[in-house]
Write a protein that binds this ligand. Structure first.
Ligand code: F6R
Length: 610
């Protein structure tokens, strides 16, 4: 949550900060601010609202300088207004602080500071850090290491989550520290960078250091020194990131979300690429975990990743016959789950930084589980805490509403199910070969599903004024229904509910009338007839049915007012092709309603607060 950028070097720092923040705006867009050293002083400009509001102010008030820090905020403590925007400074403006996360003991610390005569201008927990650093700094003797030492001393007193970035007008260096909230350092020649996520760095460098929990660093023009919180030097690997700049931009589409929807065939190819081996009736996942050790799986994830996990449950239980429990991560850690060393905890996450997922994973680990991450972002926090990682290779996902990462997660979970099924002897060689053949076809089938866009746009036009939507799906298509409803509510703000189709008659049926569009996933499966009966139940009560059906299914036309056809595939892979029209339906509806598709209200891409 929140985007951070820092720069020290020879370029115009304001330009670097604004360019970086633009690429991080998906992490939060309640307010934005920069502090740039101009003529020996830190000049701060901060504004409530999107980054463009700050950009407009900066057109008039240029801040020329080569050293600065910037922030785009997703509010936690304090309303999204100008005073609560970061950076926060000391009263004399010498020190500027940017903080992402939550300082849990900020209230007693603030009371102490107030009693000692400090004045506060914001309601944030973060401002406390600026004042505490000032106190420690002033008490230390003048030396080049004075700022970092002051920050280090403050960090002994605070607890909570932070990605912290500190600048002082008398030190041309950025002092950073992280616990829980991510931070990455970009390495240049005669310049160095700090950011909360890689896309901000891509115009300047691909050589990065991902800081670990409990790391601090001093970033200057000359170099970067990483230490632990006590000041002991630590070695961190320099990673070469292979994301292209173009991959992180819109590529001609009006929105990142649409670009990412269209990228899905290629993404799926990347996910599956080189890993399917029909000749051996298996997949090559490069995992070290021992499948014989486990007799149950706990999948933990949030939001869209959770729905991918739910699809994974059906895949794994069908192909590998291991019981799989799925949990929303924020619930898992508090329900005292029954876990032992024969439990494999699988954390699914695009960002690899979602704090609920990370904490649930830690809970499983504490109880003795083995751990696997199914993750997109390389070097992210979850990847560092799990025993093993299965990367989904979706590339950078910028649209706040997740699409291509979901697709890649489905591909990864299908491969995991095959791998487990083969290792446990529950998936016969011939069946594995057939299933792998179907998996290999998926990128092309997703391409075909995308061809329905104009038809889906027409349906969106018909129903975009609806106040509510209902989504129904059975078995492995139940999670698809939930994902379709989530996408629609996230970006169009239309209220949407999802139910397993058979559950409808136990209550939600009362909602049905001629104003309610009901999306029913009725693709080919052993349960097809049952779902068709559910459609009839909706029609009998005047509901408007939009069926997502397998191409060639003429029966669906008899019952549904609108049918969206998707290509035929193995019924366990139907979620992969069926989610595409639901993503498009959400997208087209949001555009018709004039919503901000890439930055829907109240959301943030990476949720690093509980
Ligand atoms: C939905 C969405 C969120 C995320 C959730 C988990 O479109 O983007 O529901 O799926 O916050 O995020 P990750 O996968 O980064 O853990």
């Amino acid at each position: 949550m929140c985007g951070i950028v820092g720069y020290v070097g020879f370029r115009n720092a304001t330009d670097v900060l604004m360019e970086g923040l633009k690429r991080l705006e998906y992490r939060g867009y309640d307010s934005a601010g920069v502090a740039v050293k101009v003529g020996g002083r830190l000049e701060v400009l901060k504004k409530a609202g999107k980054l463009s509001v700050l950009g407009d102010v900066l057109k008039d008030e240029k801040l020329p300088g080569h050293f600065g820090i910037g922030h785009t905020r997703w509010a936690t403590h304090g309303a999204p207004n100008d005073p609560n925007a970061h950076p926060h400074t000391t009263e004399d403006g010498r020190i500027a602080v940017i903080h992402n996360g939550i300082i849990e003991n900020y209230l007693p610390l603030k009371e102490g500071l107030l009693a000692r005569g400090h004045h506060f201008t914001s309601e944030t927990d973060s401002e406390v850090l600026a004042h505490l650093i000032e106190e420690k700094y002033d008490a230390l003797p003048g030396s080049p290491g004075r700022l970092v030492e002051a920050v280090r001393q403050v960090l002994q007193e605070v607890y909570g989550a932070y990605a912290l970035v500190v600048a002082h007008q008398d030190h041309e260096e950025i002092v950073v520290a992280r616990t829980v909230s991510p931070l990455v350092i970009g390495l240049g020649e005669g310049e160095n960078f700090v950011a909360s996520d890689v896309p901000a760095l891509l115009p300047y460098t691909r050589r990065v250091i991902f800081l670990h929990d409990g790391d601090m660093a001093v970033v200057s023009r000359a170099g970067v020194e990483v230490t632990d919180l006590r000041g002991n030097p630590v070695e961190r690997e320099v990673v070469e990131v292979d994301w292209s700049l173009e991959a992180a931009e819109k590529g001609g589409h009006p929105h990142y979300m649409l670009k990412e929807i269209y990228e899905q065939p290629r993404v799926l190819e990347n996910t599956l690429g080189g890993r399917l081996h029909e000749e051996h009736a298996n997949v090559e996942l490069d995992l070290n975990l021992d499948p014989a050790r486990y007799d149950r799986i706990h999948v933990i994830a949030c939001g869209t990743a959770y729905y991918a996990g739910w699809v994974g449950k059906y895949l794994i239980e069908s192909l590998a016959r291991i019981p799989v429990e799925i949990d929303v991560a924020s619930e898992y850690r508090y329900r005292d789950p029954v876990v032992d060393e024969r439990t494999l905890a699988v954390a699914i996450s695009q960002s690899g930084e979602t704090i609920d997922t990370l904490e649930a994973l830690r809970e499983a680990k504490r109880k003795g589980a083995g751990t696997l991450g199914v993750i997109n972002a390389k070097g992210s926090s979850i990847t560092r805490e799990v025993d093993d990682t299965l990367y989904i290779h979706a590339g950078p996902e910028i649209g706040v509403a997740s699409t291509k990462a979901y697709m890649a997660m489905l591909g990864a979970m299908a491969m995991l199910a095959v791998w487990l099924g083969r290792a446990r002897g529950t998936l016969a060689e011939a069946d594995a070969k057939e299933f792998l053949g179907e998996l290999r076809k998926l990128p092309r089938l997703v391409e075909q599903a995308l061809e329905q866009r104009a038809h889906v746009a027409h349906i969106a036009e018909k129903y975009h004024q609806a106040a509510d939507y209902l989504f129904l799906g059975r078995h492995i298509q139940a999670p698809t229904a939930y994902e379709g409803a989530l996408k629609l509510k996230e970006i169009s703000y239309i209220h949407a509910e999802a139910y397993p189709a058979g559950e409808m008659k136990h209550g939600p049926i009362a909602l049905i009338d001629e104003r309610l569009p009901v999306v029913v996933l009725t693709t080919d499966s052993p349960f097809y007839e049952k779902t068709l009966s559910n459609i009839q139940e909706v029609r009998a009560r005047g509901g408007r049915v939009i069926a997502v059906a397998t191409e060639g299914d003429l029966e669906a036309r008899r019952f549904a007012q609108d049918v969206i056809y998707v290509p035929r595939t193995h019924h366990l892979l139907a979620p992969v092709v069926s989610v595409v029209p639901l993503q498009l339906l959400a997208y087209e509806t949001a555009v018709l309603l004039g919503r901000d598709v890439d930055q829907p209200r109240n959301l943030a891409k990476s949720v690093t607060v509980e």
